[in-house]
Design a protein around this ligand. Structure first.
Ligand code: NAI
Ligand code: MG
Length: 383
Protein backbone atom coordinates (compact mmCIF):
# COMPACT_ATOMS: atom_id res chain seq x y z
CA UNK A 1 0.00 0.00 0.00
CA UNK A 2 1.41 3.38 -0.93
CA UNK A 3 1.77 6.12 1.64
CA UNK A 4 -1.03 8.63 1.40
CA UNK A 5 0.27 12.15 1.03
CA UNK A 6 -2.17 14.99 1.58
CA UNK A 7 -1.07 17.96 -0.53
CA UNK A 8 -2.07 21.48 0.45
CA UNK A 9 -0.62 23.85 -2.15
CA UNK A 10 -2.15 26.83 -0.32
CA UNK A 11 -1.63 30.46 -1.27
CA UNK A 12 0.65 32.72 -3.30
CA UNK A 13 3.72 30.91 -4.58
CA UNK A 14 2.72 27.78 -2.62
CA UNK A 15 1.02 26.00 -5.56
CA UNK A 16 3.89 26.83 -7.95
CA UNK A 17 6.61 25.41 -5.74
CA UNK A 18 4.61 22.40 -4.60
CA UNK A 19 3.89 21.42 -8.19
CA UNK A 20 7.63 21.23 -8.83
CA UNK A 21 8.24 19.41 -5.57
CA UNK A 22 5.78 16.73 -6.60
CA UNK A 23 7.41 16.41 -10.02
CA UNK A 24 10.72 15.67 -8.35
CA UNK A 25 9.21 13.27 -5.83
CA UNK A 26 7.36 11.37 -8.55
CA UNK A 27 10.54 11.00 -10.52
CA UNK A 28 12.53 9.72 -7.55
CA UNK A 29 10.01 7.22 -6.26
CA UNK A 30 9.69 5.60 -9.66
CA UNK A 31 13.18 4.33 -9.09
CA UNK A 32 13.48 3.86 -5.35
CA UNK A 33 10.19 2.02 -5.09
CA UNK A 34 8.71 4.22 -2.40
CA UNK A 35 4.98 4.24 -3.01
CA UNK A 36 3.38 7.64 -2.62
CA UNK A 37 -0.17 8.52 -3.50
CA UNK A 38 -0.87 12.24 -3.64
CA UNK A 39 -4.25 13.77 -2.94
CA UNK A 40 -4.53 17.52 -3.35
CA UNK A 41 -6.81 19.58 -1.14
CA UNK A 42 -8.36 22.85 -2.14
CA UNK A 43 -7.62 24.72 1.07
CA UNK A 44 -6.42 28.26 1.37
CA UNK A 45 -7.43 31.84 0.83
CA UNK A 46 -9.49 31.19 -2.32
CA UNK A 47 -11.67 28.72 -0.52
CA UNK A 48 -11.90 30.90 2.57
CA UNK A 49 -12.96 33.93 0.54
CA UNK A 50 -15.43 31.85 -1.44
CA UNK A 51 -17.02 29.88 1.40
CA UNK A 52 -15.73 31.16 4.72
CA UNK A 53 -14.31 27.70 5.43
CA UNK A 54 -10.73 27.10 6.47
CA UNK A 55 -10.61 23.32 6.98
CA UNK A 56 -14.02 21.62 6.79
CA UNK A 57 -14.23 18.81 9.37
CA UNK A 58 -14.41 15.88 6.91
CA UNK A 59 -11.24 17.17 5.26
CA UNK A 60 -9.58 17.61 8.62
CA UNK A 61 -10.27 13.96 9.36
CA UNK A 62 -8.61 12.97 6.08
CA UNK A 63 -5.60 15.13 6.79
CA UNK A 64 -5.33 13.55 10.21
CA UNK A 65 -5.23 10.07 8.80
CA UNK A 66 -2.82 10.81 5.94
CA UNK A 67 0.70 9.43 6.25
CA UNK A 68 2.15 12.88 5.66
CA UNK A 69 1.08 16.37 4.67
CA UNK A 70 2.98 18.33 2.02
CA UNK A 71 2.20 22.03 2.24
CA UNK A 72 3.13 25.07 0.16
CA UNK A 73 2.35 28.27 2.07
CA UNK A 74 -0.50 30.02 3.80
CA UNK A 75 -1.16 33.76 3.67
CA UNK A 76 -2.97 36.13 1.34
CA UNK A 77 -3.16 39.93 1.49
CA UNK A 78 -6.90 39.76 0.72
CA UNK A 79 -7.55 37.89 3.94
CA UNK A 80 -7.41 40.31 6.83
CA UNK A 81 -8.55 37.89 9.54
CA UNK A 82 -5.42 37.01 11.55
CA UNK A 83 -7.17 33.82 12.63
CA UNK A 84 -7.10 32.47 9.08
CA UNK A 85 -3.52 31.16 9.10
CA UNK A 86 -3.93 29.93 12.67
CA UNK A 87 -7.01 27.95 11.73
CA UNK A 88 -5.13 26.29 8.91
CA UNK A 89 -1.47 25.81 9.64
CA UNK A 90 -1.35 26.19 13.42
CA UNK A 91 -4.38 23.95 13.81
CA UNK A 92 -2.57 21.18 11.95
CA UNK A 93 0.60 21.66 13.97
CA UNK A 94 -1.24 21.68 17.28
CA UNK A 95 -3.97 19.13 16.76
CA UNK A 96 -1.61 16.64 15.17
CA UNK A 97 0.79 17.51 18.00
CA UNK A 98 3.71 18.01 15.63
CA UNK A 99 6.04 19.04 18.41
CA UNK A 100 9.35 18.97 16.58
CA UNK A 101 10.10 21.59 13.97
CA UNK A 102 13.29 20.72 12.10
CA UNK A 103 14.89 23.47 10.06
CA UNK A 104 18.15 22.39 8.48
CA UNK A 105 20.53 24.88 6.90
CA UNK A 106 23.15 23.46 4.67
CA UNK A 107 25.40 25.38 2.34
CA UNK A 108 24.50 24.04 -1.11
CA UNK A 109 27.31 25.79 -2.94
CA UNK A 110 30.22 27.87 -1.60
CA UNK A 111 29.13 31.03 -3.42
CA UNK A 112 25.76 31.15 -1.72
CA UNK A 113 26.83 32.41 1.68
CA UNK A 114 27.15 36.14 2.29
CA UNK A 115 29.89 35.39 4.81
CA UNK A 116 33.47 36.03 3.86
CA UNK A 117 35.03 32.73 4.74
CA UNK A 118 32.53 30.11 5.70
CA UNK A 119 33.60 26.92 3.98
CA UNK A 120 30.92 24.65 5.27
CA UNK A 121 27.64 25.20 7.06
CA UNK A 122 25.51 22.21 7.91
CA UNK A 123 23.34 22.67 10.95
CA UNK A 124 19.82 22.01 12.02
CA UNK A 125 17.61 24.10 14.25
CA UNK A 126 15.34 21.94 16.40
CA UNK A 127 12.52 24.24 17.35
CA UNK A 128 9.90 23.55 19.98
CA UNK A 129 6.79 23.65 17.88
CA UNK A 130 3.79 23.49 20.16
CA UNK A 131 4.56 26.72 21.92
CA UNK A 132 4.15 25.91 25.53
CA UNK A 133 0.90 24.02 25.03
CA UNK A 134 2.35 21.60 27.51
CA UNK A 135 5.26 23.66 28.71
CA UNK A 136 7.02 21.12 30.88
CA UNK A 137 6.66 18.14 28.56
CA UNK A 138 7.44 20.36 25.61
CA UNK A 139 10.85 21.43 26.85
CA UNK A 140 11.86 17.99 27.99
CA UNK A 141 10.87 16.13 24.86
CA UNK A 142 12.36 18.66 22.46
CA UNK A 143 15.71 18.67 24.24
CA UNK A 144 15.78 14.89 24.41
CA UNK A 145 15.02 14.77 20.70
CA UNK A 146 17.91 17.15 20.01
CA UNK A 147 20.36 14.97 21.92
CA UNK A 148 19.14 11.91 20.03
CA UNK A 149 19.51 13.74 16.73
CA UNK A 150 23.04 14.80 17.67
CA UNK A 151 23.89 11.19 18.48
CA UNK A 152 22.65 10.05 15.08
CA UNK A 153 24.44 12.83 13.28
CA UNK A 154 27.65 11.97 15.08
CA UNK A 155 27.34 8.38 13.96
CA UNK A 156 26.94 9.67 10.44
CA UNK A 157 30.14 11.70 10.57
CA UNK A 158 28.90 15.06 11.80
CA UNK A 159 30.20 16.77 14.87
CA UNK A 160 27.16 15.73 16.85
CA UNK A 161 27.03 18.68 19.17
CA UNK A 162 23.98 20.20 20.86
CA UNK A 163 23.76 23.94 21.43
CA UNK A 164 20.86 24.83 23.71
CA UNK A 165 19.75 28.41 23.20
CA UNK A 166 17.58 30.38 25.61
CA UNK A 167 17.41 33.73 27.34
CA UNK A 168 17.44 32.50 30.91
CA UNK A 169 19.42 35.51 32.07
CA UNK A 170 16.46 37.77 31.30
CA UNK A 171 13.43 35.48 31.08
CA UNK A 172 14.45 33.77 34.27
CA UNK A 173 11.03 32.36 35.09
CA UNK A 174 10.14 30.92 31.69
CA UNK A 175 13.62 29.86 30.72
CA UNK A 176 14.80 28.49 34.03
CA UNK A 177 12.94 25.38 32.93
CA UNK A 178 15.10 25.15 29.79
CA UNK A 179 18.17 25.28 32.03
CA UNK A 180 16.94 22.63 34.43
CA UNK A 181 15.95 20.26 31.64
CA UNK A 182 19.25 20.88 29.86
CA UNK A 183 21.21 19.95 32.98
CA UNK A 184 19.30 16.67 33.21
CA UNK A 185 19.59 15.81 29.53
CA UNK A 186 23.32 16.46 29.60
CA UNK A 187 23.63 14.05 32.49
CA UNK A 188 21.62 11.45 30.60
CA UNK A 189 23.86 11.74 27.54
CA UNK A 190 27.37 12.57 28.80
CA UNK A 191 28.90 11.27 25.57
CA UNK A 192 27.23 14.04 23.55
CA UNK A 193 29.06 17.33 23.35
CA UNK A 194 26.71 20.04 24.61
CA UNK A 195 26.89 23.77 25.21
CA UNK A 196 24.58 26.58 26.15
CA UNK A 197 24.31 30.03 24.57
CA UNK A 198 22.03 32.96 25.25
CA UNK A 199 20.06 33.81 22.14
CA UNK A 200 21.83 37.10 21.45
CA UNK A 201 25.22 35.39 21.63
CA UNK A 202 23.90 32.57 19.44
CA UNK A 203 22.86 35.07 16.75
CA UNK A 204 26.31 36.62 16.89
CA UNK A 205 28.08 33.25 16.73
CA UNK A 206 25.95 32.12 13.81
CA UNK A 207 27.39 34.94 11.75
CA UNK A 208 30.88 34.80 13.20
CA UNK A 209 31.47 31.07 13.18
CA UNK A 210 28.54 29.05 11.78
CA UNK A 211 30.72 25.96 11.42
CA UNK A 212 30.66 25.49 15.20
CA UNK A 213 26.98 24.60 15.16
CA UNK A 214 25.48 21.21 14.52
CA UNK A 215 22.18 20.84 16.39
CA UNK A 216 20.63 23.96 17.87
CA UNK A 217 17.69 23.33 20.18
CA UNK A 218 15.52 26.21 21.25
CA UNK A 219 12.07 27.61 21.91
CA UNK A 220 9.46 28.41 19.31
CA UNK A 221 10.18 32.10 18.88
CA UNK A 222 13.96 31.91 19.02
CA UNK A 223 13.86 28.95 16.64
CA UNK A 224 11.85 30.98 14.18
CA UNK A 225 14.31 33.86 14.26
CA UNK A 226 17.56 31.88 14.34
CA UNK A 227 16.44 29.58 11.54
CA UNK A 228 15.66 32.54 9.28
CA UNK A 229 19.11 33.89 10.04
CA UNK A 230 20.69 30.50 9.38
CA UNK A 231 18.81 30.08 6.12
CA UNK A 232 20.06 33.44 4.93
CA UNK A 233 23.62 32.28 5.66
CA UNK A 234 23.20 29.46 3.18
CA UNK A 235 21.38 31.25 0.38
CA UNK A 236 18.08 32.56 1.65
CA UNK A 237 14.52 31.64 2.40
CA UNK A 238 13.78 30.26 -1.05
CA UNK A 239 15.91 27.18 -0.49
CA UNK A 240 15.03 26.42 3.16
CA UNK A 241 12.97 23.32 3.96
CA UNK A 242 11.26 22.36 7.18
CA UNK A 243 9.57 19.42 8.81
CA UNK A 244 6.97 19.43 11.55
CA UNK A 245 6.82 16.00 13.06
CA UNK A 246 5.66 13.92 15.95
CA UNK A 247 8.25 11.17 16.42
CA UNK A 248 5.81 9.06 18.45
CA UNK A 249 2.75 9.01 16.21
CA UNK A 250 4.99 9.50 13.15
CA UNK A 251 2.71 12.15 11.78
CA UNK A 252 4.40 14.88 9.81
CA UNK A 253 3.85 18.05 7.86
CA UNK A 254 6.56 19.10 5.41
CA UNK A 255 6.81 22.59 3.97
CA UNK A 256 9.28 25.17 2.75
CA UNK A 257 10.19 27.69 5.46
CA UNK A 258 9.13 30.61 3.32
CA UNK A 259 5.64 32.04 3.17
CA UNK A 260 3.36 32.79 0.23
CA UNK A 261 5.51 35.70 -1.08
CA UNK A 262 2.47 37.32 -2.75
CA UNK A 263 4.53 39.75 -4.80
CA UNK A 264 6.21 36.82 -6.59
CA UNK A 265 3.05 34.77 -7.09
CA UNK A 266 2.06 33.81 -10.62
CA UNK A 267 5.28 35.09 -12.18
CA UNK A 268 7.10 31.78 -12.39
CA UNK A 269 10.11 33.13 -10.53
CA UNK A 270 9.72 31.54 -7.08
CA UNK A 271 12.51 29.23 -6.05
CA UNK A 272 11.16 25.66 -5.80
CA UNK A 273 14.18 24.36 -3.85
CA UNK A 274 12.71 24.88 -0.37
CA UNK A 275 9.69 22.83 -1.40
CA UNK A 276 11.83 20.23 -3.16
CA UNK A 277 14.06 19.77 -0.11
CA UNK A 278 10.98 19.59 2.13
CA UNK A 279 9.87 16.74 -0.13
CA UNK A 280 13.20 15.04 0.53
CA UNK A 281 12.66 15.41 4.28
CA UNK A 282 9.24 13.81 3.85
CA UNK A 283 10.72 10.88 1.93
CA UNK A 284 13.30 10.34 4.65
CA UNK A 285 10.63 10.48 7.33
CA UNK A 286 8.70 7.80 5.45
CA UNK A 287 11.81 5.63 5.25
CA UNK A 288 13.24 6.32 1.80
CA UNK A 289 16.73 7.46 2.75
CA UNK A 290 18.13 6.70 -0.70
CA UNK A 291 15.53 8.82 -2.46
CA UNK A 292 16.01 11.67 -0.01
CA UNK A 293 19.78 11.64 -0.50
CA UNK A 294 19.37 11.59 -4.26
CA UNK A 295 17.17 14.69 -4.19
CA UNK A 296 19.56 16.54 -1.89
CA UNK A 297 22.57 15.66 -4.02
CA UNK A 298 20.75 16.71 -7.18
CA UNK A 299 19.79 20.05 -5.62
CA UNK A 300 23.39 20.65 -4.54
CA UNK A 301 24.74 19.77 -7.96
CA UNK A 302 22.31 22.14 -9.68
CA UNK A 303 23.17 24.90 -7.18
CA UNK A 304 26.90 24.44 -7.79
CA UNK A 305 26.26 24.95 -11.49
CA UNK A 306 24.12 27.99 -10.70
CA UNK A 307 21.23 26.39 -12.48
CA UNK A 308 18.87 28.08 -10.08
CA UNK A 309 16.34 30.85 -9.80
CA UNK A 310 17.51 34.42 -9.41
CA UNK A 311 17.58 34.46 -5.61
CA UNK A 312 20.34 31.82 -5.72
CA UNK A 313 22.27 33.64 -8.41
CA UNK A 314 20.91 31.88 -11.49
CA UNK A 315 18.47 32.97 -14.15
CA UNK A 316 16.00 30.11 -14.33
CA UNK A 317 12.25 30.09 -13.84
CA UNK A 318 10.54 28.00 -11.17
CA UNK A 319 10.01 25.21 -13.69
CA UNK A 320 13.49 25.57 -15.14
CA UNK A 321 15.11 25.25 -11.72
CA UNK A 322 13.14 22.09 -11.02
CA UNK A 323 14.15 20.73 -14.42
CA UNK A 324 17.81 21.33 -13.58
CA UNK A 325 17.31 19.21 -10.46
CA UNK A 326 15.53 16.52 -12.48
CA UNK A 327 18.39 16.38 -14.98
CA UNK A 328 20.89 16.02 -12.18
CA UNK A 329 18.80 13.27 -10.66
CA UNK A 330 19.00 11.35 -13.88
CA UNK A 331 22.78 11.60 -13.92
CA UNK A 332 23.01 10.58 -10.28
CA UNK A 333 20.89 7.56 -10.96
CA UNK A 334 22.73 6.45 -14.04
CA UNK A 335 26.05 6.74 -12.22
CA UNK A 336 24.73 4.78 -9.26
CA UNK A 337 23.42 2.15 -11.67
CA UNK A 338 26.99 1.72 -12.85
CA UNK A 339 28.11 1.01 -9.27
CA UNK A 340 26.03 -1.97 -8.23
CA UNK A 341 26.05 -2.93 -4.60
CA UNK A 342 26.17 0.54 -3.14
CA UNK A 343 22.50 0.52 -2.35
CA UNK A 344 21.70 3.09 -4.97
CA UNK A 345 23.95 5.67 -3.35
CA UNK A 346 25.45 8.19 -5.61
CA UNK A 347 29.04 8.16 -4.55
CA UNK A 348 31.19 6.12 -2.26
CA UNK A 349 31.58 9.13 0.00
CA UNK A 350 29.81 8.68 3.28
CA UNK A 351 26.49 10.45 3.24
CA UNK A 352 25.30 11.73 6.58
CA UNK A 353 21.57 11.59 7.03
CA UNK A 354 20.04 15.00 6.75
CA UNK A 355 17.91 16.41 9.45
CA UNK A 356 14.78 14.62 10.39
CA UNK A 357 15.78 11.05 10.96
CA UNK A 358 13.18 9.00 12.68
CA UNK A 359 15.18 7.33 15.44
CA UNK A 360 13.38 4.04 15.04
CA UNK A 361 13.93 3.97 11.29
CA UNK A 362 17.66 4.36 11.28
CA UNK A 363 19.66 1.21 11.00
CA UNK A 364 16.81 -1.05 10.02
CA UNK A 365 17.66 -3.29 7.09
CA UNK A 366 14.53 -2.63 5.10
CA UNK A 367 13.54 0.92 5.93
CA UNK A 368 10.19 0.48 4.26
CA UNK A 369 9.26 -2.43 6.47
CA UNK A 370 9.78 -0.39 9.59
CA UNK A 371 7.98 2.60 8.16
CA UNK A 372 4.96 0.55 7.20
CA UNK A 373 4.72 -0.89 10.68
CA UNK A 374 3.88 2.59 11.87
CA UNK A 375 1.07 3.08 9.44
CA UNK A 376 -1.42 1.55 11.81
CA UNK A 377 -1.00 3.83 14.68
CA UNK A 378 -3.54 4.74 17.29
CA UNK A 379 -5.58 7.76 16.49
CA UNK A 380 -4.44 10.84 18.21
CA UNK A 381 -6.71 12.32 20.80
CA UNK A 382 -6.22 15.79 19.38
CA UNK A 383 -6.34 19.10 21.22
P1 NAI B 1 7.70 35.23 2.66
O1 NAI B 1 8.56 34.11 3.07
O2 NAI B 1 6.47 34.88 1.94
O3 NAI B 1 8.53 36.20 1.70
C1 NAI B 1 9.57 37.03 2.15
C2 NAI B 1 10.51 37.33 0.97
O4 NAI B 1 11.40 36.25 0.81
C3 NAI B 1 9.80 37.45 -0.36
O5 NAI B 1 9.34 38.73 -0.61
C4 NAI B 1 10.88 37.04 -1.33
O6 NAI B 1 11.73 38.11 -1.59
C5 NAI B 1 11.63 35.98 -0.56
N1 NAI B 1 11.15 34.62 -0.86
C6 NAI B 1 10.41 33.83 -0.07
N2 NAI B 1 10.21 32.65 -0.65
C7 NAI B 1 10.83 32.69 -1.85
C8 NAI B 1 11.00 31.77 -2.92
N3 NAI B 1 10.48 30.52 -2.88
N4 NAI B 1 11.70 32.15 -3.99
C9 NAI B 1 12.25 33.37 -4.06
N5 NAI B 1 12.15 34.27 -3.07
C10 NAI B 1 11.44 33.95 -1.97
O7 NAI B 1 7.37 36.10 3.96
P2 NAI B 1 6.42 37.35 4.15
O8 NAI B 1 6.53 38.27 3.00
O9 NAI B 1 6.74 37.86 5.49
O10 NAI B 1 4.95 36.78 4.23
C11 NAI B 1 4.05 36.66 3.11
C12 NAI B 1 2.83 35.88 3.55
O11 NAI B 1 3.20 34.54 3.87
C13 NAI B 1 2.17 36.42 4.81
O12 NAI B 1 0.78 36.28 4.67
C14 NAI B 1 2.67 35.54 5.90
O13 NAI B 1 1.80 35.45 6.99
C15 NAI B 1 2.77 34.21 5.19
N6 NAI B 1 3.74 33.25 5.77
C16 NAI B 1 3.38 31.95 5.74
C17 NAI B 1 4.24 30.97 6.18
C18 NAI B 1 3.82 29.54 6.06
O14 NAI B 1 2.91 29.23 5.33
N7 NAI B 1 4.48 28.62 6.73
C19 NAI B 1 5.55 31.31 6.74
C20 NAI B 1 5.87 32.71 6.67
C21 NAI B 1 4.98 33.65 6.20
MG1 MG C 1 9.82 32.49 10.08
Amino acid sequence: MPFRIAVIPGDGIGPEVIEQGIRVLEEVIQHTGAGLQFKTYDLGAERYLRTGEVIPEPIFAELQSADAIYLGAVGDPRVKDPQYAARLLLRLRFELDLWVNLRPSRLLAPGLTPLRDAASIDLVVVRENTEGAYVGIGVERIQRYAFELARQRRQAGHRGRVTMVDKSNALYHAHDLWQRVFALERQRAPEIEAEHLFVDAAAMQLVKDPGRFDVIVTSNMFGDILSDLASELVGGLGQAPSANINPETRRGLFEPVHGSAPKHAGKGIANPVGAILAGAMMLRHLGDEVGANQIEDAVMAAARERRTTKDLGGDLTTTGAAEAVLQRLERIRSSSARQPGDGGRITSRRRPPRAGPSPDLLGSEDPWKEARRHRHRPDHAGG
